[in-house]
Design a protein around this ligand. Structure first.
Ligand code: IMP
Ligand code: MG
Length: 194
């Protein structure tokens, strides 16, 4: 989160007000997280990364390539209900991967906001006899209950603002924007009436 590069003109025209974390800073931090994981887990463990659809796909794709040893990849779908810029309850919307007993499981998510997603997945996965369970999120918002939700690895702590890009969406758009940016009220309004 160093400096504050200009928002590219196109994304500015779509309502993105600020570059919160630029591409290079994300790449650097993702490499660190991958390295930390490989040091903690060692070489000879059965490791499963479970990415939460859809927001975590970009982060998970980069994180898995920052881990220099064999890992299995799974996806899980969790739906949160609530208005489009807030989240409330979380429910499992897919089955969990099979055969997790004895595995070292890492839940990969893009943002820790209300914490509902992580709390749900921890409770569900905790019942399956895993060898260890970690959560790794790219972003954590500086708010409660995010800060009191157990989470072993955090890429960046960010202010409690609505962000898009690098997998994070507004109305399913903006996920492909390569940096994390703040979507201003104009962008939110324009998107919600389309
Ligand atoms: P939770 O509230 O921690 O369970 O997070 C649930 C989901 O809310 C995340 O996986 C995101 O899909 C979504 N979310 C929370 N904050 C933001 C945001 O700032 N931008 C985009 N999506 C968000
Ligand atoms: Mg979302």
């Amino acid at each position: 989160m160093t400096g504050s590069p200009l928002v590219p003109e196109y994304w500015r025209s779509q309502g993105v007000e600020q570059v919160l974390i630029d591409e290079a800073s994300i790449a650097r931090r993702v490499r660190e997280l991958g390295l930390q994981l490989s040091v903690e887990l060692g070489r000879d463990q059965d490791v499963v990364l479970i990415a939460v659809l859809t927001g975590a796909i970009v982060f998970a794709a980069d994180l898995m390539r920052a881990i220099p040893t064999r890992v299995a990849i799974s996806m899980v779908s969790v739906s949160s209900y609530g208005a489009s810029t807030t989240s409330q309850g979380a429910v499992l919307a897919s089955t969990l991967p099979h055969n997790l007993a004895g595995k070292h499981v890492i839940i990969v998510d893009e943002v820790l906001d209300s914490g509902g997603t992580l709390r749900l997945l921890r409770a569900e996965l905790g019942r399956l006899g895993v060898a260890s369970l970690r959560a790794c999120v790219l972003l954590r918002k500086q708010r409660e209950p995010a800060l009191s939700t157990p989470c072993e690895m955090v890429g960046f702590d960010i202010p409690d603002v609505f962000v898009v890009g690098y997998g994070l969406d507004f109305n399913d758009e903006f996920r492909n924007m390569p940096f994390v940016g703040v979507l201003g009220p104009e962008g939110i309004e324009a998107g919600s009436i389309r």
